[in-house]
Design a protein around this ligand. Structure first.
Ligand SMILES: Nc1ncnc2c1ncn2[C@@H]1O[C@H](COP(=O)(O)OP(=O)(O)OP(=O)(O)O)[C@@H](O)[C@H]1O
Length: 337
């Protein structure tokens, strides 16, 4: 488990102080795939690098598996860091070394006996699906393959935590998907907690179970990915969600409708139930679907529909109440005109 408490990182620059992280507290549970999202400059990298103390926090502390890293002196910190793997957007492989040697290099740092070296490297290459590339140099690999070497290297010392710094931002969508699948497999099979930072909400939607949104160095919203997608609180969170799940209604349609326009969010299994048809049968309202879809987040359905309701305001209120009583969220976007 990773506990971040009241962490701040202030940089001293020629032009004065810059706050990278501003009093952040977060708890990341063992087995989580935790996504940290934010625009450029929000403080994601600073926070991630404070987790393994690549950056030393200005104040606050970071506890990983019960050890407060901020209290460790250099030798013990080096040892603790071996259990925190990290991968990067630009891979940082050693270009003069082969794939095998890149991974071997990380194993040597952990003083793995040389008789075990070959088996260990080959097991790691199998894990990331690169057994046939052991003797080639990084320049002969695609971006996705380079990242696989980065992942194998990060796993060399059997870490309990893997930090991913924009690990898929340099990759095309298909390669991104395959790397995300590999991260999922590592999380499940090796029980490694993953913390990733990204500006791509797609990545979070695809693999994370929990997430935090950062703005100006602070965490402005945090929780299970499904709940945040179903009911975002902050404007910035809504903006990020709309980048992957859009429910915008063209202004012309909005203008043409005279009835009350509602947005209905169905969570989980009720997404497939006939709540709307029941509503229209029970109440004297006419319903007209304007837009809608069912998305799958963490393999659970999340249905969002925009509807126009026509009828007396009393019947419409009753109909909305009925939908809410069936555990759906209803937001009135505009009352009837
Ligand atoms: N080494 C540094 N020296 C001075 N200021 C820094 C340093 N690193 C980051 N900052 C500043 O801290 C703030 C947060 O930067 P950070 O890189 O953590 O954000 P980010 O969300 O990761 O953005 P990006 O995705 O562009 O990397 C920014 O204002 C940045 O300019």
């Amino acid at each position: 488990m990773i506990k971040i408490r009241n962490l701040s990182k202030v940089y001293k620059t020629k032009n004065g102080q810059v706050t990278g992280v501003d009093n952040v507290s977060l708890t990341i549970q063992k087995g989580d795939i935790f996504g940290i999202v934010g625009y450029s400059g929000a403080g994601k990298s600073s926070l991630l690098r404070c987790i393994n103390l690549l950056e030393r926090p200005t104040s606050g502390n970071v506890t990983v598996n019960g050890t407060d890293l901020t209290s460790l002196k250099s030798k013990n910190l080096r040892i603790a860091r071996l259990k925190i793997g990290m991968i990067f957007q630009h891979f940082y492989l050693i270009s003069q070394k082969t794939v095998f040697e890149n991974i071997e290099f990380a194993l040597k740092a952990a003083k793995i006996p040389s008789k075990d070296m070959n088996d260990r490297v080959e097991a790691l290459l199998d894990m990331v699906g690169l057994a046939d590339k052991r003797d080639v140099f990084p320049s002969q690999l695609s971006g996705g393959q380079k990242q696989r070497v980065g992942i194998a290297r990060a796993l060399a010392n059997n870490p309990s935590v893997l930090l991913c710094d924009e690990a898929t931002s340099a990759l095309d969508p298909t390669t991104t998907k395959s790397i995300l699948n590999l991260l999922k497999k590592i999380n499940k099979e090796l029980n490694i907690t993953i913390v990733l930072i990204t500006h791509e909400m797609d990545v979070v939607k695809e693999i994370c179970n929990r997430m935090a949104i950062m703005q100006d160095g602070r965490v402005i919203e945090e929780g299970p990915v499904y709940d945040i997608f179903a009911n975002p609180q902050e404007e910035l969170t809504k903006e990020f969600i709309e980048s992957v799940v859009s429910y915008d209604l063209p202004a012309a349609i909005f203008k043409k409708c005279e009835g009350t326009i509602i947005k209905v969010t169905f969570k989980g299994e009720i997404a497939g139930e006939g709540i709307i048809s029941d509503t229209l049968q029970l109440y004297n309202v006419k319903g007209n679907f304007l837009h809608g879809s069912i998305d799958y987040i963490q393999e659970a359905p999340l249905g969002i529909f925009l509807m126009e309701l026509k009828g007396t305001s009393e019947e419409i209120s009753k109909a909305i109440q009925f939908i809410e009583n069936r555990s759906a969220l209803v937001e009135v976007l505009r009352y009837g005109i």
